[in-house]
Design a protein around this ligand. Structure first.
Ligand code: NIG
Ligand code: FE
Length: 414
């Protein structure tokens, strides 16, 4: 099946020139073509160019999507979410408004462990039902690929239940889903202070099974004081490597405890959060070219400091943006809202925010050879936006400007 997108006012290609990621000033370059067209064959982008160069014979056999002078760009890639969960934590949100901190709420039995309780009491089919509703909304708001972590099971059966739900959703739903194992999200209550024993359960039982059954592409760890320290992470990542899982980290979120330095040392695919990254951590990520995944919605929602995005981009860290969608620290899956916060509060430019949400986000999932830019040969995941130019996307916030979603070369009907 062929599809032609015609009459595109601004085609934001984010052209990658066959490079996996954009760094520093390259993040400003969106590879814009005015008055453009795109030809798609099956699932693949075949041709990109100016309307006047489009040969009418090439679209004779194709379905035509008239973009009516709107903006077209790559579908958003959300490289960090905890989208499979049960229950909700609006009471914690209200407690924070009244002055409590995220850490105080966690130490009183709220936080991650309260969602763990709900997930353990929920059957796989219901976890999938809740997730499906969110996944549809993600697609409608322009996200065509999403990473989803486990991490609310914290025992073998429930971590596996979560990963099976994620894997099945990927097979059943239109949106592409990348599964990540996050057994080391917190030490479960029943282990008390016996963290080493829990790490042992992760490395000797969970990871080998998950690797054998291909239930995850990545292994993530919450590297943080009183969660998992760098020495725990090393043990977990060594088991993950043996099982064929690629490393990712929640690093330097609440304190700077060496997470970024560790990410660089083990050549992690990404280091995420980074609100409290040190100058040494920035240097290490830049040198090792580890993608820094920033989560503007978390700082906004928890009223925490933002990651030093400007410093990181200027130092040469490849920067991506994600939502971190989860019931505790960011109850939003809107990539455009993350871009607005990144521009307004973190001093990223609209161009950098777009690169960070597409090509660089794809690199944070090791997928930038397939998705993240509108380049010939890449997968046809594109969105049509009803805005006069791309700068409107972060500027006019809180509105869904996505008019059409083309996923795997098919125009979706909502
Ligand atoms: O990425 N920092 C650790 N984990 C999540 C929060 C999950 C939750 O609060 O349920 C995060 O922010
Ligand atoms: Fe997270």
């Amino acid at each position: 099946m062929n599809l032609a997108l015609i009459n595109i006012k601004q085609l934001i290609t984010v052209a990658s020139q066959n490079r996996p990621v954009k760094i520093g000033k390259e993040m400003q370059n969106l590879g814009i073509i005015e008055n453009a067209a795109v030809l798609i064959e099956n699932n693949t982008i075949q041709w990109i160019g100016k309307m006047e160069e489009l040969s009418m014979s090439s679209i004779k056999e194709a379905d035509v999507l008239d973009c009516m002078n709107k903006v077209v760009m790559p579908g958003f890639v959300d490289a960090h979410t905890h989208l499979v969960f049960a229950g909700s934590r609006e009471n914690e949100f209200a407690m924070r408004s009244a002055g409590a901190t995220y850490q105080e709420i966690a130490s009183r039995g709220g936080g991650i462990l309260s969602t763990v309780q709900h997930v353990r009491n929920t059957q796989k089919k219901d976890l999938k039902k809740f997730a499906r509703k969110y996944l549809n909304s993600l697609l409608r708001s322009g996200t065509t690929t999403v990473e989803i972590k486990s991490g609310y099971g914290l025992d073998a059966d429930n971590e596996i239940k979560m990963l099976e739900a994620i894997t099945e959703l990927n097979e059943e739903e239109v949106i592409s889903i990348i599964p990540t194992f996050l057994g080391a999200h917190a030490v479960p209550l029943e282990f008390g202070s016996r963290k080493k024993e829990y790490v042992d359960l992760i490395t000797s039982k969970m990871i080998p099974y998950i690797g054998k059954k291909h239930l995850a592409k990545f292994c993530d760890v919450f590297c943080e004081k009183s969660y998992f320290e760098p020495e725990d992470c090393r043990i977990i990542f060594s088991a993950a490597k043996n099982a064929g899982l690629l490393p990712k980290l929640h690093a330097d979120e609440l304190t700077s405890c060496g997470g970024s330095e560790l990410a660089a040392e083990i050549k992690a695919v990404s280091a995420d959060h980074l609100e409290n990254i040190s100058d040494a951590g920035i240097k290490a990520l830049a040198e090792a070219k580890v993608v820094g995944v920033l989560l503007p919605g978390v700082s906004f929602f928890l009223n925490h400091p933002h990651a030093p995005a400007r410093k990181m981009i200027d130092a040469g860290v490849p920067v991506a943006i994600a939502t971190d969608f989860n019931p505790g620290s960011c109850m939003s899956y809107s990539m455009p809202i993350m871009m607005t916060i990144a521009c307004a509060q973190m001093k990223m430019s609209p161009e950098e925010a777009i690169t960070a949400s597409t090509l660089n986000a794809a690199a944070a999932l090791n997928l930038s050879n397939e998705i993240g830019s509108i380049d010939v040969g890449k997968k046809a995941d594109l969105i049509v936006l009803d805005i006069p130019n791309y700068k409107f996307l972060p500027y006019h916030f809180g509105e869904n400007h996505v008019e059409k979603v083309v996923k795997d070369g098919v125009v979706l009907e909502f």
